[in-house]
Ligand binder design. Sequence first.
Ligand code: RB5
Length: 144
Amino acid sequence: MAKGSVAIASDHAGYALKSVLKEELAAMGCEVVDLGTDNADSVDYPDFADAMAETVTGGRAERGVLICGSGLGISMAANRHRGIRAAPCHDVIAARLARQHNDANVLALGARLIGEETAKECLHVFLETEFEGGRHQRRIDKMS
Ligand code: RB5
């Protein structure tokens, strides 16, 4: 789905990386929906996770990217919403498995834990890897 619509949001700790990944998404030909934050002033990550959940479950974006300092708080908040499967990934293996086995619809990144190049690689793999279905679908169904 490399060219679909992708929403992106972060808290203050992820703001700089969000700017980098927004450019990367545009270069990939994606339609980008930026849900904020818009600067490095301190904010609360659940607010951005909630906006992401509404955007993805409402069909305004096919997938999402969430960024906070660790990728943990913002993914926890997002996963409270039915229909959201947010995967905190710090390497491309996790990003690939999150798609192949878990049909993750939101990639969560920790800006304080990974560098820009790894984040870009995770983004590409996340958007270009298909869900394998089969036995994995049964397990997804049990979480729905
Ligand atoms: C903000 O300082 C930090 O706690 C937040 O970005 C995130 O890492 C929480 O999980």
